[in-house]
Design a protein around this ligand. Structure first.
Ligand SMILES: NC(=O)c1ccc[n+]([C@@H]2O[C@H](COP(=O)([O-])OP(=O)(O)OC[C@H]3O[C@@H](n4cnc5c(N)ncnc54)[C@H](OP(=O)(O)O)[C@@H]3O)[C@@H](O)[C@H]2O)c1
Length: 206
């Protein structure tokens, strides 16, 4: 599928490579324009293309939003309307500044900001280096590292779950966007290497 990525940092690069290797058509963007991404896209290979963030959002049937949370206001909201948007972000006040989430989870806040997007929280609780190295499609699902995933949209969640399996991890359904609070920084699952069974235990799921 066509996947647009907003953010070409640690997580954006890791997902671009993994998803392109899995056969997807990937477009990558940063805040400074496609001309600043030529060396990176050449190095990543697999036909990954450089776009502006607006064009990456337009290009993707599914879009991954992986910019530091404090930059949420710069996201191309109009182009994300109606699309499945994977939100990998974590809110760190010391990095992102004070943002009033109004008691919402970070991803529910993002979904409200984006309006018409079908937001799915995923890949926020794994370090980029581990995302790069720990996926293993040769392993059965129950032995793979788990990736918790949350959304208010079950169909979107199913699409993202398939992508997670394709890159060698095991998706664990962590409920809706409000419930994604249990995979935010400071929670037991955050940064933790766990199988799906262990992840469900750490997330308090039964
Ligand atoms: N690093 C990790 O291990 C990790 C793990 C899980 C989750 N996360 C979360 O995932 C998010 C991204 O983290 P990261 O470590 O990958 O960040 P990063 O390495 O700092 O990279 C951020 C990227 O976002 C780009 N960007 C900023 N504003 C943009 C915009 N409006 N449109 C398109 N691109 C934009 C930056 O482009 P420029 O370079 O042009 O400014 C840069 O390429 C954060 O919320 C982080 O907390 C990180």
């Amino acid at each position: 599928m066509k996947i647009g990525i907003l953010g070409a940092g640690h997580i954006g690069q890791a997902l671009a490579r993994l998803l392109a290797e899995a056969g997807h058509d990937v477009g990558l963007s940063n805040s400074r324009g496609p001309e600043t991404l030529q060396d990176l896209t050449e190095r990543l290979g697999h036909g990954i293309r450089a776009y502006s963030s607006e064009d990456a959002a337009r290009f993707g049937e599914l879009v991954i939003e992986t910019v530091p949370f404090g930059h949420y206001n710069d996201l191309p909201t109009a182009q994300l309307n109606g699309k499945i948007v994977i939100d990998t972000a974590n809110y760190y006040p010391e990095r992102d500044g004070q943002i009033d989430l109004g008691g919402l989870s970070e991803s529910a806040f993002m979904a409200r900001h984006l309006g018409g997007a079908r937001v799915v929280k995923a890949f926020n609780a794994i370090q980029a280096a581990h995302l790069e190295s720990q996926g293993d499609v040769s392993q059965p699902l129950e032995e793979r590292r788990a990736i918790p995933i949350a959304s208010d949209d079950d169909e979107a969640k199913a699409v993202v779950s398939r992508l997670i399996e394709e890159i060698g991890f095991a998706p664990v359904d962590n409920g809706n966007l409000e419930q994604s609070k249990t995979q935010q920084p400071g929670t037991p699952i955050y940064g933790r290497e766990a199988t799906a069974a262990k992840a469900r235990e750490l997330l308090g799921l039964h």
